[in-house]
Ligand binder design. Structure first.
Ligand code: PRP
Ligand code: URA
Length: 206
């Protein structure tokens, strides 16, 4: 399975500050937006473009613009919401769908509580969730978008654990994952190490 890890000094800088437990929610949200922008750019590197003739002030030239193939971004609620704005800021025609999943604190199993998706067939779908831990939430969200017609969706995360990557590969072989960091392992409570703690809690100050 293709796993692309962001390789940029700015990504390393942002991730380090996201990990820092003294980073306050307001700064955390800004950093999440910034890393989201880098991931949105990286994960869309192969979207379609088409030629377009325009006139510069000096001469006619054939440039390239995005082909009319609107993207769909699907955040896994709630923490995934922090990764939506980078996509909507960069891609004006993007549509947003929602999959609400909550990990049980004891079992780490995802519980579904909401789903609202636009038509997905023929669209390039990006499932976004900052944390890929056991992989249970991502596996379920990808199952849902595939069931609604998405073909070859892309998973975009900020911090991933090897266990989660393996779980996604087991259930969705060949799926492309973009992540800003690939961490060491899960702890006994299925939190990512070194990780950054509970992303949703840190994003929303809960
Ligand atoms: C977190 C995170 C992922 C999930 C990852 O969400 O945002 O959705 O856990 O864990 P997994 O890979 O083991 O499934 P959480 O369920 O805590 O909900 P929240 O976004 O509402 O905080
Ligand atoms: N969800 C989080 O927010 N953090 C983890 O480390 C694991 C799951």
């Amino acid at each position: 399975m293709p796993v692309h890890v962001l390789d940029h000094p700015l990504a390393a800088h942002i991730i380090t500050h996201l990990r820092d437990k003294t980073t306050k929610p307001a700064t955390f949200r800004t950093l999440a937006y910034q890393i989201g922008l880098l991931l949105a750019i990286e994960s869309t590197a192969d979207i379609e473009i088409e030629p377009k003739e325009i006139d510069t002030p000096l001469e006619r030239v054939t440039g390239r613009v995005l082909a009319h193939q609107p993207l769909i971004v699907v955040p896994i609620l709630r923490a995934g919401l922090g990764m939506v704005q980078p996509f909507t800021d960069l891609f004006p025609d993007v549509s947003v769908g929602y999959v609400g999943l909550e990990r049980d604190h004891e079992t780490a199993q995802p519980r579904s509580y909401y789903c609202k998706l636009p038509p997905l067939a023929g669209r390039h779908v990006f499932v976004v969730d900052p944390m890929l831990a056991t992989g249970g939430s991502a596996v379920e969200a990808i199952r849902v978008v595939k069931a609604q017609g998405a073909v070859n969706p892309t998973l975009v995360c900020i911090v991933s654990a090897p266990e989660g990557v393996a779980e996604v590969e087991k259930h969705h072989p060949g799926l492309t994952i973009h992540t800003a960091a690939l961490d060491r392992e899960l702890n006994s409570r299925r939190y990512i190490l070194p990780g950054l703690g509970d992303f949703g809690d840190r994003l929303y100050g809960t």
